[in-house]
Design a protein around this ligand. Structure first.
Ligand SMILES: Cc1cc2nc3c(=O)[nH]c(=O)nc-3n(C[C@H](O)[C@H](O)[C@H](O)COP(=O)(O)O)c2cc1C
Length: 260
C-alpha cells in the first residue's frame, strides 16, 4: 500500500506568527482549462483504442484531488479489467452503447462506512507536526455526527435536539439520517467523478458518466460491503467520429444563476 501524501510544508511569518504558507499559483492558462471543460461531451461510442495505463492512473489520481467533506474521501474507484466482470458490468449497465464500446469502465462508489476509520487516520496522517486541539476534537466528534443508529434512532434524537437549539443559533441540520449520510458521501464522490472525466478530456480521451445501471447487480459484482454504494459508472475511451450524438444543450443562464 502507498503512503498518504501531502504537499511539502512551507511556512512564513504572517502577522508576527509562523504560519503554513501555500501561495496561489498564478498564470494558469484559463483558455486551456476552458477548452477541457467545453470540449467534454458525453460520448456514447468509442473506438477500439485502449487507454494507456499511466493515463488511467493519472486521471484517477487527479480525481482523488477533488474536494471532499472533512477531507474524508468517501469514495472508491473500481477499474473493471477482468473480461468476465466487464461483460457482466456492461449487462448491468443495460448494455448501453457507451458501456459496450468503452475501453475502460470505472465504477465510482460512495462509502459511508469508513468515517470512523478515516477520522482516526486523519489524526495519524496529519500533515503538520502537531494536530491543533480544535481539529482533534472535530475529528473525534465526526463519527458520532454521521452515525444514524438502528432505524435512524440516533438521527431522530439529534434532529429533535438540533431543531430546538437551531431556533437560537445556526446549527448544522445534518447529515444524521442514513439517507442524509448517503447524500453526504455521494456529494464528494460525484465531485471526484467530475475531476475524473475532465482529466480524461485533458489527456485527449472521452467519457460518459452513467447512472443507468442496476445498482444491486453492480454492488454484487464488486462484492461491496454495507455502507458502500455505486454512484456512477464512468465509461472512457477514444471518441469515435460519430461518438457524440447531438450538440450540447444548456438552457438560459437566467434559469440557474441568481444574484440575491
Ligand atoms: C449523474 C449522471 C448520470 C448519467 N447517466 C447517463 C447514462 O446512464 N447514460 C448516458 O448515455 N448518459 C448519461 N449521462 C450523461 C448525460 O445524459 C449528459 O451529461 C447530458 O445529456 C448532457 O450532455 P453532455 O454531457 O454532453 O454535456 C449521465 C450524466 C450524469 C451527470
Amino acid at each position: 500500500m502507498t503512503a498518504s501524501t501531502h504537499a511539502p510544508i512551507q511556512t512564513k511569518l504572517i502577522d508576527g506568527k509562523e504560519r503554513y504558507y501555500e501561495p496561489a499559483p498564478q498564470g494558469i492558462d484559463v483558455e486551456a482549462f476552458r477548452q477541457v471543460v467545453t470540449s467534454r461531451r458525453s460520448v456514447r461510442k468509442f473506438t477500439a483504442k485502449p487507454i494507456p495505463k499511466e493515463v488511467v492512473d493519472d486521471c484517477l489520481d487527479l480525481a482523488m484531488l477533488a474536494p471532499c467533506s472533512s477531507g474524508l474521501q468517501p469514495w472508491e474507484f473500481y477499474v473493471v479489467r477482468s473480461s468476465g466482470k466487464k461483460a457482466k458490468l456492461v449487462k448491468a449497465c443495460m448494455s448501453q452503447w457507451a458501456a459496450k464500446s468503452a475501453a475502460e469502465l470505472i465504477v465510482c462508489v460512495a462509502r459511508t462506512d469508513r468515517v470512523n476509520e478515516f477520522s482516526k487516520k486523519m489524526m495519524r496522517d496529519w500533515p503538520m507536526p502537531e494536530v491543533p486541539p480544535l481539529v482533534k476534537r472535530y475529528y473525534q466528534m465526526i463519527p458520532y455526527n454521521y452515525m444514524p443508529g438502528p432505524l435512524n434512532s440516533f438521527a431522530r434524537v439529534k434532529k429533535a435536539a438540533i431543531s430546538v437549539g437551531g431556533i437560537f443559533t445556526p446549527l448544522p441540520r445534518g447529515p444524521f439520517t442514513e439517507d442524509e449520510v448517503k447524500l453526504w458521501a455521494a456529494k464528494s464522490a460525484a465531485l471526484a467523478c467530475e475531476n475524473l472525466v475532465l482529466a480524461f478530456r485533458a489527456h485527449g480521451y472521452d467519457t460518459c458518466m452513467m447512472e443507468g445501471y442496476d445498482e444491486a447487480r453492480v454492488s454484487k459484482l464488486l462484492n461491496l460491503p454495507d455502507g458502500a454504494f455505486p454512484i456512477m459508472v464512468v465509461a472512457a475511451g477514444e471518441r469515435a467520429e460519430d461518438g457524440v450524438f447531438w450538440p450540447q444543450v444548456r438552457f438560459e443562464r437566467e434559469l440557474f444563476v441568481h444574484e440575491v
